[in-house]
Design a protein around this ligand. Structure first.
Ligand code: TYM
Length: 482
């Protein structure tokens, strides 16, 4: 039976590890439900104790978002005048909230803004992080490195340019500091500036993009030292301490039950939660960027107009819990609910039951990796191929769990090449070594093209992106059209 001792009591554990996820740990069998939160991504465990791949259909039902269907893709194509991005074509951008409302407004000429972000937990981002950013910006129609670098400008642009709207990118250095027992505030602030260089190298338009790091933007200027002390003190203060001192109350009861053929046992447990007080507060920070009223220097200060400007957030689905909560509260503040467009996760090198994650270096290919490192990592990646050449020829490989093939679905532009590899692999006409070589080539090309663009990003360019300023975009409509 799950008891309170199963609740991690170390500060830095996700608040999301609550009654629900605990109750989902089955008491008899080894089965574990999948868990997807901003802090924890795993596909769960089946009744034989085997890790299983993330079930995105189930996730849509559980989270209550909507599937992106064929008609939505057609509408996208019609409105943007561009063929759907490969992530959309392949169902890797798979779910949304209120995207139809954003497209309705866009059709009427009412502008919106894009918002995405990164929690700087490491100096270099990994190729998984680049997925939502790529989708926000970039379409690499040609599939080879040289073609990509020289690609016609119009081929390389997507959401931001297709819609001609401002983009705000939030670097949550405070979030990473508050959640990680290991990271200092100094580390996170440094990572934020380094990650900004990576993000700019994806190819965003400086005239339409504002990037900010929370600590600088929220606590900058004369208040900086004061703000940093609030963070340091807050990180050391637990919810329980505050409750004890001030009598605040957040205790709730968790019921666990255990049934056998003959009896039903009930037990009642009080949840003990030792997350620090600012972890509880942070969702408000991530939410605040969803509202145009947070940025008067971009949108102006006519609250009546600005409070109605909608926001579209591209992200992987792990960030959805933040925005679900934000959407619940927005109407109570007289603000528009943010819309979302969700991507699936680029899988870990270890297998598709978990995502590529910066906190697990063995799971990730970094944008700073050399060609050789990429080759070695993909060489060791989980393969859906058979153990011997003969067996592979006889029964073929399983592309559904083959990590190198999964990477190709994210990065290889040509649908025909991808389909042909799928077919040959499954029929045993292609060996796992060949699949790994193809993925290595594609990832090396992707990272090499990124490396070239990254070299050109100077700290002066970054300073300009991070300077609070008016952005260039279609002007706001008159009040009556909102
Ligand atoms: P972070 O740094 O965990 O992730 C940055 C972005 O990358 C997505 N992501 C992935 N996408 C595909 N495959 C993966 N393996 C993978 N791992 C991460 C995340 O969903 C995210 O879109 N709290 C946020 C920062 C943030 C944010 C936002 C992100 C603030 N505001 C608005 C998206 C939208 C964070 O720590 O992201």
């Amino acid at each position: 039976m799950a008891t309170v001792s199963d609740v991690p009591d170390e500060p830095g554990q996700p608040p999301a590890l609550t009654a629900l996820s605990l109750a989902e740990i089955s008491q008899e069998s080894k089965t574990k439900e999948q868990v997807i939160t901003p802090f924890d991504v795993s596909g769960g465990v089946d009744e034989h104790g085997k890790a299983v791949a993330i079930d995105y259909d189930k996730l849509i039902d559980h989270f209550g978002s909507q599937r992106i269907d064929k008609s939505m893709l057609e509408r996208f194509e019609r409105l943007t005048g561009k063929p759907p991005h490969r992530l959309l074509r392949r169902g890797l951008v798979f779910s949304h909230r209120d995207l139809n409302l954003i497209l309705d407004k866009y059709e009427k000429g009412i502008p919106f803004f894009l918002y995405t972000g990164r929690g700087p937990s490491s100096g270099s981002m990994h190729v998984g992080h680049s997925v939502p950013f790529e989708f926000t910006k970039f379409v690499g129609t040609p599939s080879t490195c040289t073609q990509r670098v020289t690609a016609n400008k119009s081929n390389r642009r997507y959401l931001q340019d297709a819609f001609n709207v401002p983009l705000i990118i939030m670097l949550t250095d405070d979030e990473k500091f508050l959640h990680s027992p290991k990271l200092s505030l100094k580390d996170c602030r440094k990572f934020a500036l380094e990650n900004a260089l990576d993000i700019i190298a994806i190819g965003f338009d400086p005239a339409k993009t504002f990037i900010f790091a929370d600590t600088e933007f929220i606590y900058g200027g004369h208040g900086a030292a004061f703000g940093y002390n609030i963070l340091e003190i807050g990180k050391k203060t637990t919810n329980n301490q505050i409750k004890g001192t001030f009598g605040f109350n957040d205790t709730y009861v968790v019921f666990f039950w255990h049934t056998t053929h003959y009896d039903v046992n009930w037990s009642v447990t009080y949840q003990v939660n030792s997350n620090n007080i600012l972890e509880f507060a942070f969702p408000a920070t991530q939410s605040a960027t969803s509202f145009a009223t947070s940025f008067p220097f971009i949108f102006g200060s006519n609250t009546k107009i600005v409070s109605k400007i909608p926001c579209l957030i591209p992200c992987a689905i792990d960030q959805d819990p933040y925005f679900r909560q934000c959407r619940d509260n927005a109407p109570r503040l007289g603000l528009v609910k943010p819309a979302l467009i969700h991507t699936v996760f680029l899988p870990s090198l270890r297998g598709s039951e978990s995502k590529m994650s910066a906190s697990d270096t063995e799971s990730s290919i970094y944008l700073s990796d050399t060609d050789n490192q990429i080759k070695k990592k993909i060489g060791k990646a989980f393969s859906g191929g058979q153990d011997t050449r003969e067996l592979q020829e006889q029964i073929g490989g399983r592309t559904a769990v083959d990590v190198p093939f999964q990477y190709l679905t994210f990065f290889l532009e040509s649908d025909e090449d991808l389909e042909s590899m799928r077919e040959r692999y499954e029929k045993g006409q292609m060996q796992s070594g060949e699949m790994k070589a193809a993925a290595t080539k594609e990832l090396q090309a992707y990272v090499a093209a990124f490396r070239e663009r990254r070299k050109a990003v100077t700290t002066e360019i970054r300073d300009e992106f991070m300077r609070p300023r008016q952005l260039v975009f279609k002007s706001m409509p008159p009040e009556k059209e909102q």
